[in-house]
Design a protein around this ligand. Structure first.
Ligand code: 9WN
Length: 450
């Protein structure tokens, strides 16, 4: 595998090596996920990176979030990529000339001076901002960190809760698999099957210059990603939530609209964090807390499946749940207001035959071990990722499952160490896949060490 630019991981204690990875991936204003595969700033990566970086440099952690939110659009969306103008266009696909944010996104209020994508990623940012503040409240207050970020975070949540309520039930929808962050999850197979792929020769994938083809999404997946993103761009990135779609399947105009449990759980966790931020800034935060609780109820009503013992995605266009078990359906475990019987069922599912935690797997697989589409090496169709391990460790701890949380924490630290901070790993063997020296793996290692 040609992983050319990843920082060398030298010997030394784990926390030092994790800090070195983040140092090597720091550009001066933000941190790239990986110089080889992902040489720009990514939205949810930056949130996870800031959560770890706060233990090394609270100032850099604040700047990580500030630089991302400086690229926010006027309609409130936080773009999934903020492009670094000094990186050659062919280093990553799709590049700024594909997204054309400053022209195609003008009506939606894309920034003029910085180039971004036009889609979003999971809203981990308010949670990250609160944790970063807590790492050094004196510095945070002196720099007016939360005072400056609060209106941007509030606008971001407003965008998701209003412009993206395409199902009409209070939850946010994603309009592209890249938005949910688990790009080629089998959950998207059915809704994506309706999308006519863009011809393979109409674009050039840069990811295959650095990653092994068998660990990455297929060309057919990419054709559909390109089609969806092109259509959204050509509509001026307009979400148009008031208009019923022709198919009758919810609001909005695009062909892909899905309510995802992890995306919405992270939004709710971030709403709770925004309540704390508001309180720190002198408000009560009561309304936000109440809203977070209402959203938790909506999440349970719309996405909980008692027979499966987990949350499922909902295909808004088809008007039905997607019968695939993804780690995304376990992530709501991180919510404080979850009914006790749901917590019990989620913990049982996590340790049961579909995810095997504490039994057959080292880390939580991204997809059902018994699912037809399971592949231990192909990206989000089976491999274990460190951000989901971190979220579930938090959830287990929150709900009093200390022993399981501790076992997951130990496994994550050992695997991060053994693989040189791999992007993702085979869930059974822990073998490294994708890039090494991957930023959120290093960052969340730091957080788990503290
Ligand atoms: C597309 C950066 C990102 C992560 C995503 C992960 C992958 C991009 C890609 O890399 O997606 O956004 O090119 O494959 O799936 O979760 O944020 O690390």
């Amino acid at each position: 595998r040609a992983v050319v630019y990843d920082p060398p991981v030298t010997a030394g204690p784990l926390h030092l090596r994790a800090a070195q990875v983040l140092e090597g991936n720091w550009t001066g204003t933000s941190t790239v996920p990986s110089h080889s595969l992902y040489p720009h700033q990514w939205s949810w990566d930056s949130a996870f990176i800031a959560i770890g970086l706060r233990h090394v440099s609270p100032l850099r952690a604040q700047r990580e979030l500030e630089s991302l939110l400086a690229a926010q659009w006027d309609d409130g969306r936080v773009p999934h990529i903020v492009f670094n103008p000094s990186v050659p266009l062919d280093a990553y696909f799709p590049s700024p000339d594909f997204w054309r944010s400053s022209t195609a996104g003008r009506t939606a209020g894309a920034p003029r001076t910085v180039q971004t994508s036009g889609i979003v990623q999971p809203p981990v940012h308010a949670l990250a901002a609160w944790l970063v503040h807590c790492a050094d409240p004196v510095l945070s207050r002196a720099r007016g960190f939360l005072t400056r970020l609060h209106p941007r975070l509030a606008a971001w949540h407003r965008y998701l809760l209003h412009r993206r309520d395409l199902g009409g039930g209070g939850l946010a929808s994603v309009v592209h698999p890249w938005e949910q962050g688990m790009d080629n999850s089998p959950c998207w197979d059915a809704p994506l099957a309706r999308i006519a792929p863009a011809p393979a020769r109409s674009f050039r994938r840069a990811d295959l210059d650095h990653g092994a083809a068998e660990d990455r999404p297929t060309d057919l997946d990419y054709g559909r990603y390109v089609r969806l993103a092109t259509d959204y761009r050509d509509r001026g990135y307009d979400d148009n939530p008031g208009t019923p779609a022709d198919s009758g399947g919810g609001r909005g105009t695009g062909d892909f609209a899905v309510e995802d449990p992890a995306f919405n759980a992270l939004l709710i966790a971030s709403e709770f964090a925004l309540a704390r931020i508001a309180h720190e800034l002198g408000a009560t935060g009561t309304a936000r807390r109440a809203r977070a609780q209402r959203l938790t109820t909506a999440l349970v009503e719309r996405l909980w499946d008692p027979a499966e013992g987990m949350f499922l995605c909902r295909d808004v266009r088809a008007g039905r749940p997607i019968p695939e078990r993804s780690v995304s359906g376990l992530v709501p475990l991180l919510l404080p207001g979850l009914p006790r019987d749901i917590v019990t069922a989620l913990v049982r599912t996590l340790g049961g035959p579909h995810f095997g935690l504490g039994d057959s797997t080292r880390l939580v697989p991204s997809y059902d071990l018994l699912g037809e589409a399971f592949d231990p090496h192909r990206y989000w169709r089976g491999p274990a990722w460190f951000n989901t391990a971190w979220l579930l460790e938090r959830g287990l701890r929150l709900h009093g499952e200390q022993t399981r949380a501790e076992a997951l924490r130990t496994a994550a630290l050992e695997t991060a160490d053994a693989t040189g901070f791999a992007e993702y790993v085979d869930p059974y063997t822990g073998e490294a896949c994708g890039a090494t020296g991957f930023s959120w793996t290093a960052a969340l290692t730091l957080d788990l060490l503290h």
